[in-house]
Design a protein around this ligand. Structure first.
Ligand SMILES: Nc1ccccc1-c1cnco1
Length: 241
């Protein structure tokens, strides 16, 4: 099953990067196919206008609905299809999570709508909701200039979970936020040399004692999660099992 990814943006060159690294390999071996589109291709005036002043006043500009609607018609179609996932990265979206990435990794089609300026005319999102499965998602509580960088981050989080994408799927199990980690942050990692600039690998990791190593790793995950992400802990984590 090939996952088709479409990107609608006034800066489609942002997505050239998807031709390299793992994503490039996935595209080569047919796991994903990537199509980036310039929203201005669906404008009809000399200046290729995609924005206008906000109704009701206020600062900045809003993206006009017309180019989006015509682009949807050509790229996705004019018939409703709930199997198409349309993602609007947005500061007012729901937090994007690993479980959302896991769900999206089984999608056949994902269309990323990358807004700029102050945002997209809301009727575009309402229309999309009437046709497809829509996700308005935020990557965090900070301001970006547009949705492109968010679309790239979401793409990486999703595509690496597509079956057959990662060479060693076992590596997915031990990552932070993966189910296998019980929702804890990943423990600190070390490799050779054992001593480096006066800093040594923790002795327990060189002991060969698998039980002690597993306990050290769990304790470190609990400690780090309690320190850095109290929002992820519940009363149980605080008490070592
Ligand atoms: N600030 C933004 C502006 C435009 C599109 C997305 C965002 C965003 C997504 N997650 C955080 O911010």
């Amino acid at each position: 099953m090939t996952m088709r990814l479409d990107y609608l943006s006034i800066f489609p060159a942002y997505f050239d990067v998807l031709d390299i690294s793992l994503l490039g390999k996935a595209a080569v071996n047919g796991l994903v196919e990537v199509h980036a589109h310039d929203l201005r291709d669906w404008t009809h005036d000399r200046h290729r206008t995609v924005d206008d002043t906000p109704c009701g006043g206020g600062a900045g500009m809003v993206m006009k609905p017309d180019p989006w609607g015509e682009a949807f018609d050509e790229i996705i179609g004019t018939e409703p299809d709930s199997s198409v996932h349309v993602i609007f990265p947005s500061p007012s979206g729901a937090p994007f999570t690993q479980s959302a990435a896991q769900e999206l990794s089984s999608a056949v089609r994902i269309v990323f709508c990358c807004g700029r300026y102050e945002g997209i005319d809301h009727r575009v999102i309402d229309y999309a909701r009437s046709m497809w499965t829509v996700h308005e998602v935020s990557l965090g509580d900070y301001v970006l200039n547009g949705g492109e960088v968010a679309a790239l981050a979401i793409t990486e989080a999703v595509v690496r979970l597509v079956p057959g994408f990662m060479g060693n799927p076992e590596s997915l199990a031990e990552e932070s936020f993966s189910a296998g980690q019980d929702g804890l942050l990943e423990y600190p990692l070390f490799t050779r040399p054992v001593s480096w600039r006066g800093l040594d690998v923790p002795e327990v990791l060189m002991s060969g004692h698998h039980g002690r190593i597993a306990k050290w790793r769990r304790d470190e995950s609990v400690r780090l999660t309690c320190e850095r992400r109290p929002d992820l802990t519940d009363s149980d984590f605080g008490v070592p099992h």
